[in-house]
Design a protein around this ligand. Structure first.
Ligand code: AMP
Ligand code: ZN
Length: 112
């Protein structure tokens, strides 16, 4: 499949991994927007939040189970933001479901 994040999952494109298990991978964003900027993705291809349904939502729950541990390991003791952009108005650029973990600085209401 011609999907950059599927290629990262397959090891065809390098990434800086911070967490991995059977169904989930987390790696550092290549263009960080905060001191800590990590992407958490399901290994299975889901195009966006719009593609989440009763068949595949368990991995989304699992992603949210692993996020606190990733944040703790990154020492985001003052908090962090979790964002998922869905579709063009939201600025989604990679059509494989991903959750941004942003931390290490104070956030404004805008993600950027
Ligand atoms: P979004 O704009 O919400 O779809 O987020 C896509 C994110 O993927 C952006 O923050 C990009 O910087 C990031 N990104 C794109 N390609 C790579 C890559 N090869 N490794 C790590 N992050 C990437
Ligand atoms: Zn994919």
């Amino acid at each position: 499949m011609n999907c950059i994040f599927c290629k990262i999952v397959a090891g065809e494109i390098p990434s800086t991994k911070v967490y991995e298990d059977d169904t989930v991978l987390a790696f550092r964003d290549i263009q960080p927007m905060a001191p800590t900027h990590i992407l958490v993705i399901p290994k299975a291809h889901i195009p966006s939040v719009d593609g989440v349904n009763g068949e595949n939502s368990a991995v989304v729950a699992h992603i949210f189970e692993v996020i606190p541990g990733i944040a703790a390991k990154e020492k985001l003791v003052n908090g962090y933001r979790v964002v998922s952009n869905c579709g063009s108005d939201a600025g989604q650029t990679v059509p494989h479901l991903h959750f941004h973990i942003l931390g290490g600085r104070e956030m404004t209401l805008e993600m950027a």
